[in-house]
Design a protein around this ligand. Structure first.
Ligand SMILES: O=P(O)(O)O[C@H]1O[C@H](CO)[C@@H](O)[C@H]1O
Ligand SMILES: O=c1cc[nH]c(=O)[nH]1
Length: 294
């Protein structure tokens, strides 16, 4: 059955509604970044760029790095944007835009987020990197999709819900694991450079991440509770705003996803990196190197 024009919106030039991309514009390996300027900083390392476009916060460059075709795209901030980016990337890969039908053979994309994040743990100070073994979602996005039970890491999710005892007014937390083969690839490459931990994703930078400027919090000990959670020797290392939704949508759609974040803030110590740009640039080069190793 053809997907209606109101559901899959295709621009007059044949590109998908928000991302402004046509199916032939994307590589099978896709780097997502929050910040539009970071797209140039990734593509700066490419040997050549064969396509670029931008609409709103969604800026894309596709090119080659050491012979491998890569796409880098900015998502902007937040899981609401991730809903758009992941669904439209999947549509580009797996829906025939002419017939508006799902292709018989589903393509698996490899999606790697290069982000920035705040650490919750004193032993993961600023200027470190964290590869997210799981995304811990406080955003509620997953709950809008019908999904198989095994999309969610049920044991960690239940342990966290018990630990937090949070208000029923908030979305129920969910935990989704990273793609195991991508995670393994990063583990084998240079374990010393990376920390591995659970990454919390929430719907804001201030209150939802326990920051107080002028507004007091409904649950002042929220990030302390996150920091003290431990299950099967794993802790919530860091907080940001996209990983859980990337992991959840990628898993439901059958894609591989991994999120790697530069730690620019440490919430337990109240510190902020003096060199966030260099920190992210080094992470970009590290990720590019791993993605081109076979
Ligand atoms: O640097 P990016 O990738 O945008 O990631 C982090 O930075 C933004 C907040 O400043 C949020 O998007 C958060 O997830
Ligand atoms: O603390 C931080 C730092 C970067 N991005 C976030 O979302 N939180």
């Amino acid at each position: 059955m053809a997907i209606k024009e109101s559901e899959l919106i295709i621009n007059p030039d044949g590109s998908v509604y928000h991302l402004n991309l046509k199916p032939e514009h994307i590589a099978d390996t896709i780097i997502t970044v929050g910040d539009q300027n970071r797209v140039d900083r990734v593509a700066h390392f490419f040997d050549d760029v064969i396509f670029e476009t931008q609409k709103r916060e969604f800026k894309t460059k596709t090119g080659f790095y050491k012979g491998k075709k890569l796409t880098v795209i900015s998502s902007g901030i937040g899981t609401d944007n991730i809903d758009i980016v992941l669904n439209e990337l999947d549509a580009l890969a797996n829906i025939d835009f002419k017939t508006r039908t799902i292709k018989k053979k589903i393509k698996q994309l490899q999606i790697v987020r290069i982000g920035t994040s705040g650490s919750l743990q004193k032993d993961v100070p600023v200027d470190n990197y964290v590869a997210s073994t799981s995304g811990v979602g406080f955003d509620g996005l997953l709950h809008y999709y019908a999904h198989k039970a095994d999309v969610v890491n049920q044991a960690t999710t239940q342990a966290l819900i018990q630990h937090l005892q949070d208000s029923p007014k908030k979305a129920e937390p969910y935990v989704v694991d990273a793609n195991s083969s991508l995670l393994q690839k990063f583990k084998l490459s240079n374990e010393k450079l990376l920390n591995f931990g659970l990454t919390g994703t929430n719907v804001g930078f201030y209150g939802p991440q326990g920051r107080v400027l002028r507004l007091p919090l409904s649950k002042p000990n929220f990030i302390d509770s996150l920091a003290s959670f431990e299950f099967e020797k794993q802790k919530i290392t860091n907080l940001e705003m996209e990983t859980s939704a990337i992991y959840a949508l990628a898993k439901m759609l059958g894609h591989q996803a991994l999120s790697v974040n530069a730690i620019i803030a440490n919430r337990a110590m109240g510190t902020f990196s003096k060199q966030p740009k260099d920190l992210v640039d080094n992470l970009i080069q590290f990720v590019l190197q791993i993605l081109t190793e076979d």
